[in-house]
Design a binder for this molecule. Structure first.
Ligand code: ZN
Ligand code: ZN
Ligand code: FE
Length: 749
C-alpha cells in the first residue's frame, strides 16, 4: 500500500541543482509527488511504498549534488494523496526566510570544458555557468533564489537557454544565471569617459593588449572591480601603487594556471587544495627567490597572495595573457570595492586607463577571500567571496542579535536560531564610503533574512563609528570588550564552552581601566571573563599616531626603562629617527603623560622592537612592522629566548628588551634577535598558561596572523599538554569580532 512522506530540508539546497536531483531520483524510483523551493528551504512530498520512500530519503542525503549541504531534514509519513506524476512546482516566497544563500562559486570543470570548446555554443562566452558554479550571493536581491529575484531578471533567456533551464535532465535545469552569447550579458571596453571602444571578445582582446602594454585596466568581475596590471612589469606596478595611494601593502596576483604559480611559489598539497577549491581564494604562498614577479608587488615580503581564475571571464583573459597579473580591489585605499561601471568611471578614472565592463549588475560587493595555512590547517584571514554569507553553526539557539563589529577589517553578523550569518568583509571604517557600505550591509542582511534583532552588540570603544551606529538604534545595546569578543569568536567556531584561557593579542582594543589593551590573557567563564594577566604597560606618545610610527612605541617603551635619560642615547635607532626639536616635544609629552595613552598592546610591542632593531620606523599599514620581524625570525634557526619576569599578573618585557639591546651591541643578526624575541613571547604564553592551569587555550587577535608566533605557540602548548585552538573559519583579526560580540550579548540576554 502506498504512503506519502512530507520532507522539509534546510541548508544549502537552493542554487545547487537540488530540485532537479530530487526530480531525477523520484523518477528513477518510480515515486510520484512534487518538490518546491520556499523561503524555508526545500519541501518535498513523495508517494510510493514505505520501503522505497525510506530508500529515497537515504539517497537524498548520500547522493546530493556537490555543493549542497543539508542542515536539517525532517520527515512526516501521512496517507497517500493519489499523485500521478512527480513535478517541480513553482517557488513559494511566503513565510519566514531560513533558506541558506549560497556564496559565489568558481567555474566548474564542465563549464570550463565548454568555454574552450570551439564547437560549443558557449565557446569563449565569459558568463557561462551552471547549477554547480557561477554567481549567487553577488546577484541575489531577495529570497527565494529564483531568476526574478536576481540581477539576471534583466535578461530574457533565448529558446536554447530556456530549454536547458526547463529540462530536469540538464546541468542547467533551473540554473538561475543561465545565459549564452545570444541572450546573456556581454562585455564592453570603455575609455575614461565611458566611450565604447569595443564589444564582446574584441573588448577582451583590447584589454589584454592594454595590460601587455603596461597600462592599468579596471575589470568588472564577480563581486566587484579589480585593478589589473602585468605583475612582471615593475614600472606598471609602481604606477598602480601611486595612483591607488597604496605605498607598500602587498598586492594580490592572479595566475593563468597552477603550474605558473609553482614556478614562482612553493605550493604544498593543502595549499594546492585551497587554490583549486570552489571558493578560489587568494592564498598566501612562500615565494621563490628566482620568481618573475616585479619587486613592488610585495616589497620586502616573503609571501605572495595568489589566486587562480574563478570566472569564465578571468579564464579567457588569463589564457590570452599567459602571465601573472596584479588583481587588486578596484578602489582607492580605505574605500570599499567598486561594483558599478558608472561609479567606477567616477571613482577610478584617475587610476585606470581603460575599463573592461559588462552589463550583469552586481547586487552587492564581495571581495576576494584570503587564506593561509597555519599549523597545518586552513586559516581564513579575510572572509568574503566563496564563504559569505554562509553561517557558522552553534550548538544552541540564540535570540536574533546584530553584531556590528569593531573598526578595522569590519564585518557584521546576525544570529538566527543556531546560526550566525557573518557578512562579507567590509573594510576599515575610515572613510564615508566604507561607513556607508557598513550601513548598507546591515540593511541588506536584515532584509534578506527578514530578521528583527532584539538587541545590538558593539565594541566598548565609544568613538568607533560602529559603536555610535549601534547606540543610535532604538534597541538594547550591549557593549562587549574587544579582546573578550576575539576569544569568544574563536570558541564559537570550535564549539567550545566551559572555562577556557583566551590569549588575545592584537594592536588595539578599548580596555576596561582607561588603558589601551592588546596583550591580554583572559579566563573565560560561563557568563563572563576575568583578566588574569597582561603585558606591562608603556606610553604611546601621540596616541593613534603611534600606529603609523613604530618609533613612537619604541620611545614609550624605552622611556619606561630609562626615563628622561633615554633621549641622551643617540645610538638607539628610534631616538635617532626624530629631529632634536621633535625629541624635546616628545620628552615633555612622555614626562607629563600628555596625549600619551598607556597600553598593554602586543602589536605595539612588535612595533617597538622593530623600531629598536632599526627594521622600520614608519609603516603604511597596521602590522607592517610585525610582518618584517616575522620574516626575519623565519630565516633564523634558534629556539633560544630572552629572560622575562612576572610580577603578579603583569608580564614584564624589560629583561627581554635589555637582552635585545645587548645582542644589538654585540652585532647579533636581526634574524636571530627577531627569532629570540618571538620565542620569548611564546615562553611568556606558556608560563602564564601553566600558572592558570586551564587545559583549553584559545589564540585570537591580529598578532596570531603571524605564522612564526602562532605556529610556535601551538607547538609549545601541545608539547606542554595543553589543547590550543586557533582560528580556521573566521579571521583571527577584527573580521571575527562580530561573531564574538553576538555570543557575549547572548550570555547577557
Ligand atoms: Zn558550471
Ligand atoms: Zn541563451
Ligand atoms: Fe582586535
Amino acid at each position: 500500500m502506498d504512503v506519502r512522506v512530507k520532507v522539509n530540508i534546510q541548508g544549502v539546497v537552493q542554487g545547487v541543482g537540488f530540485r532537479p536531483f530530487v526530480y531525477r531520483l523520484a523518477n528513477e524510483l518510480g515515486l510520484t509527488g512534487w518538490v518546491v523551493n520556499s523561503a524555508q528551504g526545500v519541501w518535498i512530498e513523495a508517494e510510493g511504498s514505505e520501503g522505497t520512500l525510506r530508500h529515497f530519503l537515504k539517497r537524498l542525503e548520500s547522493d546530493k549534488p556537490p555543493h549542497a549541504f543539508i542542515q536539517t531534514l525532517s520527515t512526516e509519513f501521512v496517507p497517500a494523496n493519489g499523485y500521478t506524476t512527480f513535478e517541480i512546482r513553482h517557488s513559494d516566497s511566503e513565510g519566514e526566510k531560513t533558506a541558506l544563500i549560497l556564496p559565489d562559486l568558481a567555474t566548474c570543470p564542465d563549464c570550463l570544458r565548454e568555454l574552450f570548446d570551439p564547437d560549443d555554443r558557449r565557446y569563449l562566452y565569459p558568463f557561462t555557468n551552471c547549477t554547480h558554479c557561477g554567481p549567487r550571493f553577488s546577484i541575489i536581491e531577495a529570497l527565494p533564489y529564483d531568476r526574478p529575484n536576481t540581477t539576471m531578471k534583466h535578461f530574457d533567456m533565448c529558446p536554447d537557454c530556456r530549454a536547458e533551464y526547463e529540462n530536469p535532465a540538464d546541468r542547467r535545469f533551473h540554473a538561475q544565471p543561465n545565459a549564452c552569447p545570444e541572450c546573456g550579458p556581454r562585455l564592453e571596453l570603455w575609455d575614461k569617459s565611458g566611450n565604447v571602444l569595443a564589444e564582446k571578445q574584441a573588448a577582451l582582446l583590447m584589454a589584454v593588449n592594454a595590460i601587455r602594454d603596461g597600462q592599468v585596466v579596471a575589470i568588472k568581475g564577480l563581486g566587484g572591480f579589480h585593478l589589473v596590471v602585468d605583475a612582471r612589469n615593475e614600472n606598471a606596478v609602481r604606477v598602480l601603487r601611486e595612483r591607488k595611494h597604496r605605498p607598500s601593502k602587498p598586492l594580490a596576483l592572479m595566475y593563468p594556471t597552477l603550474a605558473h604559480i609553482q614556478f614562482d611559489c612553493e605550493v604544498s598539497e593543502l595549499e594546492e587544495k585551497l587554490l583549486t577549491a570552489s571558493e578560489a581564494p587568494i592564498v598566501l604562498l612562500r615565494n621563490k627567490e628566482a620568481g618573475q614577479i616585479a619587486p613592488s608587488v610585495a616589497p620586502r615580503n616573503h609571501y605572495l597572495g595568489v589566486m587562480l581564475p574563478y570566472t569564465p571571464l578571468h579564464h579567457i583573459l588569463m589564457r590570452e595573457l599567459n602571465f601573472p597579473i596584479v588583481a587588486t580591489s578596484g578602489n582607492l585605499s580605505d574605500e570599499p570595492i567598486c561594483i558599478d561601471e558608472h561609479e567606477a568611471l567616477d571613482r577610478l578614472s584617475e587610476v585606470a586607463e581603460v575599463f573592461l565592463v559588462h552589463n550583469r549588475p552586481i547586487h552587492r560587493h564581495v571581495d576576494d577571500s584570503i587564506e593561509r595555512v597555519m599549523s597545518g590547517q586552513k586559516q581564513i584571514l579575510r572572509r568574503a567571496r566563496g564563504y559569505a554569507p554562509l553561517p557558522i553553526l552553534l550548538e544552541k539557539s540564540l535570540p536574533v542579535i546584530l553584531g556590528v563589529g569593531a573598526h578595522l577589517k569590519n564585518t557584521v553578523a546576525v544570529s538566527s536560531r543556531n546560526q550566525v550569518f557573518i557578512s562579507q568583509h567590509i573594510g576599515d571604517l575610515e572613510t564615508v564610503q566604507s561607513f556607508n557600505a557598513f550601513q548598507q550591509v546591515i540593511r541588506d542582511f536584515q532584509s534578506l533574512y527578514e530578521l528583527q534583532p532584539q538587541a545590538v552588540a558593539c565594541d566598548m570603544h565609544p568613538d568607533y563609528l560602529s559603536t555610535q551606529f549601534a547606540r543610535a538604534i532604538p534597541l538594547p545595546v550591549i557593549s562587549v570588550q574587544h579582546h573578550y569578543a576575539h576569544v569568544l569568536g574563536c570558541m564559537a567556531e570550535h564549539g567550545l564552552t566551559g572555562t577556557t584561557l583566551g590569549i588575545s593579542w592584537d594592536g588595539t582594543g578599548y580596555g576596561m581601566d582607561g588603558t589601551v589593551w592588546g596583550g591580554e590573557f583572559l579566563r573565560i567563564t560561563e557568563k563572563s571573563f576575568e583578566r588574569v594577566a597582561y603585558l606591562r604597560l608603556f606610553g604611546l606618545p601621540g596616541g593613534d599616531k603611534a600606529i603609523k610610527e613604530p618609533r613612537r612605541s619604541a620611545l614609550g617603551l624605552l622611556h619606561e626603562m630609562y626615563g628622561d635619560a633615554l633621549f641622551d642615547r643617540e645610538e638607539l635607532a628610534p631616538v635617532k629617527a626624530f629631529t632634536p626639536q621633535e625629541r624635546s616635544i616628545l620628552r615633555s609629552m612622555l614626562a607629563k603623560g600628555i596625549n600619551t595613552p598607556r597600553t598593554s598592546s602586543a602589536g605595539r610591542l612588535f612595533d617597538a622592537v622593530a623600531a629598536i632593531l632599526g627594521v622600520c620606523q614608519h609603516v603604511s599599514f597596521e602590522g607592517e612592522a610585525a610582518v618584517e620581524l616575522e620574516f626575519a625570525a623565519a630565516k633564523a634557526q634558534t629556539s633560544v629566548s630572552y629572560e622575562f619576569s612576572i610580577t603578579g599578573s603583569v608580564l614584564d618585557w624589560q629583561p627581554m628588551v635589555e637582552g635585545i639591546l645587548a645582542d644589538l651591541q654585540r652585532q647579533e643578526s636581526i634574524e636571530v634577535i627577531s627569532a629570540r624575541f618571538h620565542n620569548t613571547l611564546v615562553e611568556m604564553m606558556i608560563n602564564i598558561t601553566q600558572q592558570i592551569g586551564e587545559t583549553t587555550v584559545v589564540l585570537s587577535g591580529g598578532c596570531f596572523q603571524n605564522k612564526y608566533l602562532s605556529e610556535r605557540a601551538v607547538q609549545r602548548l601541545q608539547e606542554a599538554n595543553f589543547h590550543p585552538y586557533w582560528h580556521h573559519r573566521i579571521p583571527p583579526n577584527d573580521g571575527g569580532i562580530a561573531l564574538g560580540q553576538i555570543i557575549a550579548a547572548s550570555k547577557e540576554l
